[in-house]
Design a protein. Structure first.
Length: 134
């Protein structure tokens, strides 16, 4: 069973299930990628420890509602200013398990240009990865 998940809190108690709710205007959220199991690490499945992993936003319903071009991803709040909307976020070659090692993923969604109210078309995902024992 996979132990690495996206969480809505730094203590890794509330896993994100399903899509990200999008409201009106520009919104900044922080999600956390991690595992409470400190004996595990997360790496690319085909070239572990060498190929960098990427986090991206996926549009479940292209052509309708919000698009991935509205979303910026960064490893810090300051990184959002230089992030390119729609681009994946490179998170490195290894993420270690344990609460202290969770990786914050900053997400800025600019829905201010659309005039729409809310949607759940967008979700956060990671490239093909595998858990390994430390």
């Amino acid at each position: 069973m996979a132990t690495f998940k996206f969480y809505s809190d730094i203590n890794l108690t509330t896993a994100i299930t399903g899509n990200v709710a999008i409201g009106e205007g520009s919104v900044v959220n922080v999600f956390y990628l991690g595992s409470t199991d400190s004996t595990k690490k997360l790496q690319d499945s085909t070239n572990p420890g060498v190929t960098p992993m990427e986090v991206s936003i996926v549009d479940a319903n292209p052509g309708s509602g919000p698009t991935t071009a509205w979303v910026k991803l960064a490893l810090s709040s300051g990184g959002l200013s230089s992030a390119v909307a729609g681009d994946p976020l490179v998170i490195g070659t290894t993420v270690l398990g344990g609460n202290a090692n969770c990786l914050p993923i900053w997400v800025q969604i600019d829905n201010s240009l659309s005039g729409s109210s809310s949607s759940t078309d967008l979700s956060i995902q990671i490239t093909d990865v595998k858990e390994f024992s430390v």
